[in-house]
Design a binder for this molecule. Structure first.
Ligand SMILES: Nc1nc2c(ncn2[C@@H]2O[C@H](COP(=O)(O)OP(=O)(O)O)[C@@H](O)[C@H]2O)c(=O)[nH]1
Ligand SMILES: [Mg+2]
Length: 310
């Protein structure tokens, strides 16, 4: 004798709590196999409900999967914004973006990564908001595996953390990322700094001693600028300005840190590698402005270079 259908329905719902994707489909299929095979009445309705739920779960997974992996790379580097829901990721993405991002259907944007470009010292860098990673993401709770896949392809991670929240949320997110075997340069953006309780930033610093922490508020432009520079520091890139005929280009080139003068020449044009005679350098790597250097001179972030050919 099967249990009363109302009780059965409660039992089913309890078994489904917290399941998503393939795990949820597996649980639902198991339930279906156990249900008595009545063609009519309340048990037939339960079967119908379970079948519809399997279909809905499959559709959700497909949507999540398709949109999750479709982040087209743009800019010199890709930096992921990661953190629990409400950490301030979307607000930060918006505040740092150099163009207005369309915030679409809210429920949908919380499911898929949202990219935006920001300009850091003249170089475009792509930021990607990764929707709230929940505990169990590494074992594909909440479609977490697809999201972690996006994260794996990024160059660096900004962990977004509400400055007033317990560090436990941040620890949980970092644990998921670590469980997925992802090790990328990272920092913590301690968000909502304008609303910080006294001492909140300092206590976060002592709770998370192994990562740099930048306090930030979307209401404070200086804090946003400081965060951008810290993000730039994660990319492993440097900005080099090119000078030609006495004119310096307004927009820098982005090159791997410590690239040589010859690598700059190669980035400008292949012919310059052959024609290279010497270069002049202004900025951090120059002993004095306009120093003449050879092809193996290593440049630093913010240098200006003029390649002398002929
Ligand atoms: N006071 C203050 N509130 C913020 C700041 N950044 C975000 N918030 C608020 O925090 C809430 C969650 O922000 P949201 O960007 O949606 O978080 P997400 O879920 O991580 O994308 C919203 O109500 C925001 O208005 C900030 O710098 N200062
Ligand atoms: Mg968001």
């Amino acid at each position: 004798m099967p249990m009363p259908h109302r009780v059965q329905m409660q039992v089913i719902k309890r078994r489904l709590v917290g399941t998503e994707g393939s795990e949820r489909v597996r649980v639902l299929s198991g339930i279906l196999a156990e249900l008595p095979d009545y063609k009519n009445g309340p048990y037939a309705d339960i079967r119908k409900w379970v079948l519809a739920e399997i279909e809905a779960t499959r559709t959700r997974s497909r949507v999540l999967h398709r949109d999750s992996i479709a982040v087209r790379r743009e800019g010199a580097a890709q930096v992921a914004l990661v953190g629990p829901p409400n950490a301030g990721k979307s607000s930060l993405l918006h505040a740092l973006s150099h163009i207005q991002i369309k915030i679409g259907n809210y429920a949908f944007t919380t499911l898929r990564p949202v990219p935006a470009l920001t300009r850091i010292g003249g170089v475009l860098v792509q930021l990607v908001e990764i929707p709230g990673l929940i505990e169990g993401a590494a074992v594909d709770r909440g479609g977490g595996r697809a999201l972690l896949g996006v994260l794996r392809g990024a160059d660096a991670i900004v962990y977004c953390h509400d400055v007033n929240a317990s560090p436990q949320g941040l620890r949980a997110v970092r644990a998921e990322v670590a469980a997925a075997g992802i090790t990328l340069p990272a920092l913590v953006a301690a968000t909502k700094l304008d609303d910080a309780a006294p001492g909140a930033l300092e206590s976060l610093r002592s709770a998370v001693p192994d990562l740099p922490i930048a306090g930030v508020s979307v209401l404070d432009d200086d804090s946003l600028e400081t965060l951008k520079e810290a993000i730039w520091g994660l990319t492993g890139l440097m900005r080099v300005f090119l000078r030609h005929g006495g004119e310096t280009a307004a927009e820098p080139l982005a090159l791997p840190e410590c690239a040589t003068v010859l690598e700059v020449a190669a980035a400008i044009h292949n012919d310059l590698v052959v024609a290279f005679r010497a270069a002049r350098v202004w900025g951090p790597s120059a002993r004095f402005p306009g120093q003449q250097v050879g092809r193996d001179h290593r440049l630093r972030d913010g240098d200006t270079v003029e390649v002398l050919a002929g």
